[in-house]
Design a binder for this molecule. Structure first.
Ligand code: NAD
Length: 517
């Protein structure tokens, strides 16, 4: 089911004249070679999803704009590569200080454009900072290996060198954390970067790129272009771009991976998810219900590690559903910027329509809507979807087969542990999963048998800490390396192996045989 890049972006393009006529919301522009660029032929609207109001007009890069950013990155590459590692690390330390001291400012920007509640935006910033911390130790991560006396008088060493110009393409749901996963490691490893973030909530990255420059990053090392598929296609097609990191939906991840690898580029493309949470009969059902609520409805379900399907094993389903329903009734839904809100809106009006359509379809397919978010009293303006719980969901229903990416929890009942494992292993997505049990052997068997990249044992959202790397399997990741942490340093560097000998003149001889030890 491969899809080409002609799949449409949900942007509302308009002419600059129209954009300037509605001059109130600011124009959000690119940052190329350290300089702002707001001119464009096309703009898209940026909304506050909690109010539905337009809050900005985003300049969409033309091919020429992207080419200018690539040229700036190419020009900056030799001197950034030659910059001492201690100086690169100093940028990371300073960046950490800037983000930490002004994190409330960044959290507000995220909440206003993405919709998530402020505490969740703070959590996103913390997880992004984890990677800045990891990258501050770049002298360790960039270290090579040395083997003395591999043969008589012969030594071998391996060094890591940057790739050159790399591109990073990021999704809407983590407008700060995912860019910080990519650009920070790429820069720490000595590359120069073109960042193309989501067009839906672009302001957080403008803030982050400015923070990088304030932290001492030279102009041209990190270039920001906003845009749609034209920008992405230009990055794929330009031979100066050596590698592409992508995080987004599976069809786009697959298309970018296919096209960019065909052009010889190194690619890591992380896609969508459908994360199952297995609840064994011996589990603490109150703890499991709390976890299902937190992981299912946090960030309105717009997390690639959100729990989407609860899988009760045996006869606990009714009791577990009752406990989840009770807790759902108590959730406070409202603007993310309101400190009393626990769940905000979804990202766009289109997303709301799509999610509600999947709930409609579930009923038609024979599932049981236990808690119906469509009939809940919600803020009148904005793109709110009420938390929804659907029972008796099975594969083959669209609500199971598709990634919902909204506040909808499905319940897929199974009779045994083996049935739960088979259900998960048959799913095309394999980002994260969890098992809730009090039995160590069950947990161990789950960990052993499950075909998913990130596994939680009584942990519903098992996002690895920064010293590990993050990545799913199957249609949740195209490519070989996971993102951030140690694997990212592998992705953003090439290894070179040097074999050296320093013979005395009298040791020289002709030998046409293949060198052996
Ligand atoms: P998306 O695929 O729509 O967009 C991601 C990026 O691709 C954006 O920068 C967007 O501008 C660009 N893009 C969109 N359509 C394009 C096209 N036709 N051609 C070229 N580029 C295009 O994803 P999204 O809606 O922004 O983010 C949500 C998705 O991201 C979900 O599927 C979610 O599971 C996934 N996600 C995955 C992870 C992970 O680690 N696996 C993490 C976060 C989000």
């Amino acid at each position: 089911m491969s899809q080409t890049l002609s799949a449409t972006l949900s942007t509302t393009s308009e002419s600059p004249a129209t954009a300037n006529a509605t001059a109130q919301p600011p124009i959000i522009g690119h940052i190329i070679n350290g300089q702002p660029h707001t001119e464009s032929e096309h703009f898209s609207k940026v909304f506050n999803p909690a109010t539905g109001q337009v809050t900005g007009h985003l300049a969409l890069a033309t091919t020429e704009t992207v080419a200018a950013a690539i040229a700036a990155a190419q020009a900056a590459a030799p001197s950034w590569r030659a910059t001492g590692l201690a100086k690169r690390a100093a940028v990371m330390f300073k960046l950490h200080e800037i983000i930490t001291s002004r994190r409330d400012e960044l959290a507000l920007i995220i909440s206003k454009e993405q919709g998530k509640v402020l505490s969740d935006a703070q959590g996103e910033i913390t997880r992004g900072l984890e990677n800045v911390e990891f990258c501050a130790g770049l002298v360790h991560h960039m270290k090579g290996e040395y083997l003395e006396q591999a043969a008589q008088g012969l030594d071998v060493h391996q060094i890591r060198q940057p790739l050159g110009v790399v591109a990073c393409i990021t999704p809407f749901n983590f407008p700060a954390m995912v860019p910080l996963w990519m650009i920070t490691t790429a820069i720490a490893a000595g590359n120069t970067v073109i960042l193309k973030p989501s067009e839906k909530d672009p302001s957080a990255v403008n803030w982050i790129v400015e923070a990088f420059h304030e932290a001492g990053l030279p102009a041209g090392v990190l270039n920001l272009v906003h845009g749609d598929k034209t920008a992405v296609q230009t990055l794929i097609d330009d031979p100066r771009v050596q590698a592409i990191s992508f995080v987004g939906s599976t069809p786009i991840a697959r298309a970018i991976y296919t096209q960019a690898t065909a052009q010889g580029k190194r690619v890591q493309a992380l896609g969508g998810a459908k994360n199952h949470m297995v609840v064994m009969p011996d589990a603490d059902l109150d703890a499991a219900a709390d976890a299902a609520i937190s992981a299912g409805f946090g960030a309105a379900g717009e997390r690639c590690m959100a729990i989407s399907v609860v899988v009760p094993v045996g006869d606990i389903a009714d009791e577990l559903i009752a406990k989840i329903s009770e807790r759902m009734a108590k959730l406070t839904i409202g603007a993310g910027t309101d400190p009393t809100s626990e769940m905000g809106p979804v990202i766009t009006a289109e997303a709301k329509t799509r999610i509600e359509g999947l709930i409609d379809g579930a009923t038609a397919d024979g599932a049981t809507v236990v808690v119906d978010g469509r009939v809940l009293e919600l803020p009148a303006a904005g793109f709110f979807v009420g938390p929804t719980l659907i029972d008796n969901v099975v594969p083959g229903m669209a609500v199971y087969d598709e990634e919902i990416f909204g506040p909808v929890l499905s319940v897929a009942r199974v009779s045994s542990f083996d049935e739960a494992v088979a259900l998960i292993n048959n799913c095309q997505f394999a980002n994260g999963t969890a098992v809730f049990t009090r039995d160590g052997r069950t947990a161990r068997e789950f960990e052993y048998a499950i075909e998913v990249g990130m596994v939680g044992i009584n942990v519903a959202i098992p996002v690895p800490i920064g010293a590990f790397s993050f990545g799913g399997w199957k249609d949740s990741l195209f490519g070989d390396t996971h993102i951030y942490g140690p694997e990212s340093f592998n992705f953003y560097t090439r290894r070179k192996v040097v074999t050296s000998r320093w013979p005395q003149p009298e040791e020289s001889q002709i030998n046409l045989g293949f060198p052996t030890n």
